[in-house]
Design a protein around this ligand. Sequence first.
Ligand code: NAD
Length: 342
Amino acid sequence: MPNAYNIAVLKGDGIGPEVTEAAIKVLNAVQDASKNLKLNFLYGEAGYHCIAQHGTNLPEETIALLKQTHACLKGPMTTPEEPGAPVSAAVQIRTMFNLYANIRPCRTFPNVEALKPNIDLIVVRENTEGMYSGAEFELAPGIGVALRIITKEASTRIAEFAFKLAAKRKKHLTYVHKGNILRITDGIFKDAVKEASLKHPSITLDDLHIDAATMQLIKRPESFDVIVTTNLFGDILSDEAAQVTGSLGLAAGANIGETYGMFEPVHGSAPKYKGQNRVNPIATIMAASMMLDYLGEKEAAAKIEKAVMQVLKEGKVRTADLGGSSTTNEMSGAIAAKIKAL
Ligand code: NAD
């Protein structure tokens, strides 16, 4: 009997459908090449385009569908920005399923120009609170307030996750905060990391303010291993790290909780490129690889990664962000073909 998984697929907005279909093509290639993997894709609607019809970007039917699945592959979605509009669908899913750890690996890829060689770092971002708590209001006309909620419980949980991840890698953890200004909220975060460090004496722990971290990420990106930080700082640092290693089009992310995982590209819906078949699908393809790894399908996950690396190394198929003129379909086709040939 093959290992069978129900996978929720939310294609999203803008370039979302193109990059998600590209990842499904690659997942189908892995499935075809494997005797014991069965992926049952369940398609759901979510994102900006749903609002007109459903009044929400995350319809009830989609929530019910997510609950029937082992994991979700999510395309990027356009976030409504009007006051009173629904909260980002990604943020709703992260909160609803308590996907507290956002894992965003960044490393140099073969044949892709990066700021420095040999970058291999992972940003671990707290995913459920901080500036994304959604508690924002106008105190008086022209005076807005956003609540940055930081708890000891969530900080300890993400610190533990980061220490365990660092233990499997280069055993070096950097925690990033703004404790000199945000003394109470980041004080709680800092104390939680320091307390967790007592249980992980083999991990070297470094402390950086967010402003210094953004600078050091450009100056010496190769010196980082695992970075742990709060929600907004992690979002910004991971986009920066993605560009330092070459392109946002290559960066994948996992949102992991105790019982569920959602996998997506780091980038957004890039509406100006919608339907042009020109963006890089690798971020979403690598997200699919992270999903298989999360499901315990290590061999299948490694196969996708190997195929991506080989296609990039050969350098014949390159999308515009990598300086080439290949299409989204050509890139996913080349990766799928490589999987079959491995
Ligand atoms: P974006 O990531 O969509 O695009 C920024 C730029 O990055 C693009 O113009 C493009 O030059 C480049 N880029 C992005 N993806 C690429 C790819 N696959 N290949 C090549 N180049 C790529 O950021 P934005 O323009 O700030 O946001 C657009 C929308 O997406 C907004 O509504 C935003 O809120 C939303 N967003 C959603 C998510 C999510 O669903 N998790 C994440 C980030 C942004």
